[in-house]
Design a protein around this ligand. Structure first.
Ligand code: PEP
Ligand code: MN
Length: 264
């Protein structure tokens, strides 16, 4: 079902408010790593609306490396995200980590995110495949293209055809970036599959100083969208403090990406 061999045309995903993913239009997905408070979320939402962003991200269920780190606000976080997004006319995307949370999340998210650590959580993939809601599937930390596409196939095989793929960097020996952005994944996924392909420049690089060239490279390689983390006060963030852009930095980033002519 994911293969371009049997489905030649690009899949275009229709979101509420006439927002489309794929089919030639670029999508910017931005927002904080974690939903931390109403104030933090509303501040970002206001900035995104002003910048012309349509889809806001924000994690409520956080898959943290350490069990002692901030785990997210859970369903309260989803509610805060929804309320802020509605106030500013934005759509929402948030990671779901438990199959039992797929149904309850449907009122709060316009896109279900499946995180890198759960790319092969097959029960979660099946649960996401049972609902009528777009899904953004992140590439696993060490997933091959074949494994990634098979994970997408799990979702689609259950009936949900609204799947988007996102390259978010893979583990290599390189330490100067958090992960290694595999830019070749973009043209390969576009060739092998008809699904929209995005690139998460924040988690793939883990550094703010190379986001613009990486976003341009992603778009030049054929990506349908970019994901980036934005926080009103990154230094105080409860997760990923080092890699989130502040609002001014985001505006500069987005302006430069648009000025490249690659963002359509
Ligand atoms: C995220 O986008 O919030 C996230 C945790 O990213 P990843 O699953 O790619 O690590
Ligand atoms: Mn993050």
């Amino acid at each position: 079902l994911v293969s371009r061999k049997t489905h030649k045309e690009d899949t275009v995903i229709l979101l509420p408010q006439d927002v489309v993913v794929g089919g030639g239009a670029s999508l910017m997905v931005a927002g904080p790593c974690s939903i931390e408070s109403e104030k933090q979320t509303r501040t970002v939402a206001a900035a995104l609306q002003k910048a012309g962003v349509r889809v806001m991200r924000g994690g409520a269920f956080k898959p943290r490396t350490s069990p002692y780190d901030f785990q997210g606000l859970g369903m309260d976080g989803l509610r805060i995200l929804r309320e802020a997004a509605d106030e500013y006319g934005l759509l929402t995307i948030s990671e779901i980590v438990d199959p039992a949370h797929i149904e309850p999340s449907l009122d709060y998210v316009d896109i279900i995110q499946i995180g890198a650590r759960n790319m092969q959580n097959f029960e979660l993939l099946k649960a996401a495949g049972e609902v009528n809601k777009p899904v953004l599937l992140k590439r696993g930390l060490a997933a091959t293209m074949e494994e990634f596409l098979h994970a997408a196939e799990y979702i689609m095989s259950r009936g949900n055809t609204q799947v988007m793929l996102i390259e978010r960097g893979i583990r290599t020996y390189e330490k100067w970036t958090r992960n290694t952005l595999d830019i070749s994944a973009v043209p390969i996924l576009k060739q092998e599959s008809h699904l929209p392909v995005l690139v998460d420049v924040t988690h793939s690089t883990g550094r703010k100083d190379i986001l613009v060239p990486c976003a341009k490279a992603a778009l030049a390689a054929g990506a349908d969208g970019i994901m980036v983390e934005v926080h009103p006060e990154p230094a105080t963030a409860l997760s990923d403090a080092a890699q989130q852009l502040n609002i001014d930095e985001f505006n500069t980033f987005f302006d430069e990406v648009k000025a490249s002519g690659l963002y359509r």
